[in-house]
Ligand binder design. Structure first.
Ligand SMILES: [Fe+2]
Length: 303
């Protein structure tokens, strides 16, 4: 059954006055309790505006003035190329990455040792056939099957920032299974090797492959409650990469665009501050491709 996800709002994100202790405690709750936080926005904050402006600049440069309906005018091959190009442009934008990192650091304790991946653009086309929608997880497991990012060799102390690039309904985002955060879920991560994955597949291609390269839950989850969420443009959530989650196949008229940034403080794992990671058998470590971000020293000057 689809239920509403409980999101704890971060009230103090607009001021930079929050204590490090609060941010450390938030990180602990995310990793060890599986709490999912929502970063609200009034729309006027500098970093939030920069994220939207930069992201949509790249997307429009690639798709034209109406990106969300580009699937109606482009052939599948052209659409695939446009999505790949937009993903590359966003991933290469250091200013966008830094704006995302600033948002991340406002919510979670900042340390110069924190490592981040490049920003990832996600694009989800609508599927209008209800039967095809119901089978999307089987037909396109890379895009729609339930998984933990840790099964992709992402660190168990990783926290993901997911940003809405437009208003999204609860049927257009993705679902979590909070009840399974600390429970073993059968999965195919044993066959996942990070280095092999990088050369043979890659994150940017996930919508177009159904290959075995992508790990996903192999047990039946149909009796499990699924928890989804709606966001307004610019709002974001923070969650442990070890949470089981699944992108929803939607039937909205427009394509869904979102942005995410994955961050990890490597010393967290050494001190035992990490998510359960109890059913991960992947090989390798994605953190070898993560890089530090600048820690902003500015106080109270972001809105
Ligand atoms: Fe994921």
């Amino acid at each position: 059954m689809l239920k509403e996800l409980y999101l704890e709002a971060i009230e103090s994100i607009k001021s930079s006055a929050e204590s490090d202790q609060n941010k450390i405690e938030r990180r602990r709750k995310i990793l060890t309790e599986g709490k999912i936080f929502k970063i609200e926005t009034s729309g006027g904050e500098k970093a939030f505006l920069a994220i939207q402006d930069l992201a949509w600049g790249h997307i429009k440069a690639t798709f034209g003035e109406s990106p969300r309906t580009a699937h109606k005018s482009l052939a599948e091959k052209e659409l695939k190329e446009a999505i790949a190009e937009a993903k590359d442009r966003l991933a290469a934008d250091a200013t966008l990455r830094q704006a995302l990192i600033e948002t991340y650091f406002k919510a979670i304790y900042s340390s110069p040792e924190t490592l981040f991946e490049v920003p990832r653009l996600r694009v989800v086309k609508p599927i209008f056939d209800s039967q095809a929608r119901a089978k999307a997880g089987q037909d396109f497991p890379a895009a729609f099957a339930a998984h933990r990012d840790t099964w992709y060799a992402n660190p168990t102390s990783q926290i993901n920032l997911w940003v809405a690039l437009h208003d999204v309904k609860a049927t257009e985002t993705f679902v979590f299974y909070p009840q399974l955060f600390k429970q073993v879920v059968q999965n195919g991560s044993a066959r996942f090797e990070y280095e092999k994955f990088k050369t043979q597949a890659g994150f940017g291609n996930s919508q177009w492959y159904s290959a075995d390269l992508y790990p996903y839950a192999s047990q039946d989850l149909s009796s499990q409650d699924e928890h989804s969420f709606a966001l307004k443009q610019g709002e974001a959530i923070l969650f442990a990469a070890d949470h089981l989650h699944r992108t929803l196949a939607h039937d909205s008229e427009e394509m869904r665009f979102s942005l995410d940034l994955r961050g990890c403080l490597p010393t967290d794992s050494e001190t035992g501050l990490c998510a359960p990671g109890i059913d991960n058998q992947s090989k390798g470590n994605a953190i070898c491709d993560y890089r530090p971000g600048k820690v902003s020293t500015g106080q109270g000057n972001e809105s």
